[in-house]
Design a protein. Structure first.
Ligand SMILES: NC(=O)c1ccc[n+]([C@@H]2O[C@H](COP(=O)([O-])OP(=O)(O)OC[C@H]3O[C@@H](n4cnc5c(N)ncnc54)[C@H](OP(=O)(O)O)[C@@H]3O)[C@@H](O)[C@H]2O)c1
Length: 337
């Protein structure tokens, strides 16, 4: 079967990581790149061995040699670009978060459905074998009944007027940038605990601090109650380095995931640790990838297309909408502090 021909939308940081990662993809290849600037597009294409470069995004969407696009701009442009790509008949893999709000995300999902194209939000960790292994451990009763998920994602990027992270007009802030992963993990684990792909909280208690400069949410915490005695305690920040791990506590022990989000960007192995109720290390598992994290993501997408699926099982549109609903609540709680 012919490899899926990808077009990359933007020449930013993660676009380059994706382009490099695609070298290990089994089912796809990067056919083109588009930038707002023709010069940047040409330089990116030359650096990554990409055949075609476009000086505007619309030209990429119109190109017959591209089957699917990877949208990697700042969040505020995701919805509009995804809708334009879908209407042009391109399948869409969009970086997280899919949109700025649940309402926007619903419009993107509707456009993809109307156009009959595949749409996936880029929670790449969901497609890495480590995540499948964690799920298998939980299903196998490794921690007994899951009671608490603790997830933190905090990076330290001090205020920088030139960074999208600190620019409200580009959708900056911690909750949409890194908090989204913690919500996604919590909903994933709650789903696994219930024999599903994801689950929604029955209540969300959230808090966040708006920064003086940039007026974006700089850090925050949230408590998600999934009912039935299962809760998640989440934290995020963009100028607050955290341990960036996930712990899953059950009545029979704890699973510790040291690198739950950007699992590994090379082909190195990752670890999953199991602790007993005395806090002793009971088992250590190693997961060795056979391709890059972003190649797994692109391959999960291509596989869904090959199988004629209407959604990518790892991150379905319904899953994305559930995540966005929680993110809306978390962001609404942000106050100056
Ligand atoms: N999954 C992951 O591991 C991961 C990691 C990092 C980021 N992300 C996500 O990927 C997206 C991009 O993040 P990034 O860190 O790659 O951002 P970045 O380095 O700032 O790059 C963003 C790119 O978007 C394009 N762009 C279009 N309009 C723009 C505007 N008005 N201002 C600035 N750039 C504009 C630019 O490319 P052109 O000038 O070439 O058009 C720019 O290089 C975000 O939504 C983020 O959440 C995901």
């Amino acid at each position: 079967m012919r490899k899926l021909r990808w077009g990359i939308v933007s020449t930013g940081g993660i676009a380059a990581v994706f382009a490099r990662g695609m070298a290990t993809s089994r089912r796809g290849q990067v056919a083109a790149v588009a930038s707002r600037s023709p010069g940047k597009a040409r330089a990116f294409a030359a650096a990554h061995g990409i055949a075609r470069a476009f000086g505007d995004y619309a030209a990429l969407f119109a190109d017959a040699g591209v089957d699917a696009v990877y949208v990697a701009t700042p969040h505020v442009f995701h919805a509009e670009l995804c809708v334009a790509a879908a209407r042009a008949g391109k399948h869409v893999l969009c970086e997280k978060p899919l949109a700025m709000s649940l309402a926007e995300a619903r419009r993107v999902v509707a456009a993809a459905r109307e156009s009959g194209v595949l749409l996936m939000e880029g929670f790449m960790y969901r497609t890495h074998p480590q995540t499948a292994r964690v799920a298998a451990l939980l299903r196998g009763g490794a921690v007994g009944n899951v009671r608490l998920v603790r997830a933190a994602f905090g990076i330290h990027r001090p205020y920088d007027a030139g960074s999208r992270l600190w620019a409200a007009e580009l959708g900056g802030g911690a909750i949409l940038d890194v908090g989204c992963y913690t919500v996604s993990w919590a909903r994933f684990v709650a789903g696994v605990a219930r024999g599903r792909g994801f689950a929604e909280p029955v209540s969300v208690a959230a808090s966040a601090r708006l920064s003086e400069r940039g007026a974006v949410d700089a850090d925050g915490a949230a408590l998600l109650d999934f009912g039935g005695g299962l809760r998640a305690q989440l934290a995020c920040g963009i100028a607050l380095r955290m341990d960036n791990t996930v712990d899953i506590f059950g009545d029979a022990g704890r699973v510790h995931v040291p690198s739950p989000y950007v699992v590994t960007r090379d082909l190195s192995a990752s670890r999953i640790l199991l602790f007993d109720n005395e806090g002793r290390l009971a088992r250590e598992e190693t997961v060795t990838p056979d391709r890059n994290l972003y190649a797994y993501e692109a391959d999960a997408f291509a596989e869904a297309l090959e199988r004629g699926l209407r959604e990518v099982p790892a991150v379905t549109p319904e899953d994305t909408l559930g995540n966005m609903a929680v993110l809306d609540k978390w962001r609404a709680a942000a106050v100056s502090g």
